[in-house]
Design a protein around this ligand. Sequence first.
Ligand code: PMV
Length: 317
Amino acid sequence: MTVTAEASPSLALVKYWGKTDAGRNIPATSSIAIGLHDLRTTTRIRFTNERTDSVRIGGESQSLDPYLPVIEKFRPASDSSHRVEIDSSNSFPTAAGIASSSSGFAALALGLDALFEAGLSQEELSAIARVGSGSASRAVFGGFTRWGRGEASAIRLHSDDYWPELRVLVAVVNTGPKPIGSRAGMNHSRETSAIYPVWVEQSEALVSRAASALEAKDLEALGLAMRESYLMMFSTMFTARPPFIYWLPESIGIIHLAEELRDSGLPVWETMDAGPQVKLVTDASSITKVREALAASFPEVTMIESTIGGLPRVTIE
Ligand code: PMV
């Protein structure tokens, strides 16, 4: 039997950055996110007679360490049978701040559930995926999600087709390795940034504002909350000791471009994650103009366009 599980990355509009329990990936801040429908991770899993599990991403062998805690939720560590072979690929650049770990661990949890015939609920799968990567707790659902501070699993806020006019344009500035991974980065912010407590305190209000804006389908109100969230999250990195900076010159250029486009009347709001890529959230009637403006100012930057959705899918052969 081979299981194929697909999931889409979860893009946070209001960010998770910091844990109350580092070992278990329990978040210190609530987050609100959307599934990027047109970006997919596809993971094929089957049992193998080999003596160890194996994980490949894009054909390249990976260290098992990050995956074993998830695999062992389905197969107890004491069980020496049932080794699994995992072969995953992304339709977009891996490990470049496009949340490939969210779709990757969501697909892994969903696929293992089918392979081991565990029959777990979405809530349980969200909690398992979270152990691999916090944002994967949201990617298990697709659509519009919320993951509350202190919560073991995320919830669905709205279905995948709730706001069909919404569009995301990912501006891929650089796909090289990041200075620091999100896990180490958020711990470093928590341990050394003087403004980390302010970030944690203020992020709850941002989540409420974003949730109300989603309810009202008010892109401007959503955009304002989004901007405050990512800029404050990055402020905890700039004020860490030593500071760390994911932004590249093009990232800042695109932030300014989004501002100019808003001044000219286009509804476009940017956000960023643990990498130099800029994600522009806009609507269907503005996306072509946003693309044209980006291509004119940054011809080197690759663009990936997506609608919102990204429900996971599992097939068994
Ligand atoms: O899922 P992790 O542990 O890689 O952390 C994700 C952190 C951000 O992408 C920066 C924010 C978020 O909420 O997805």
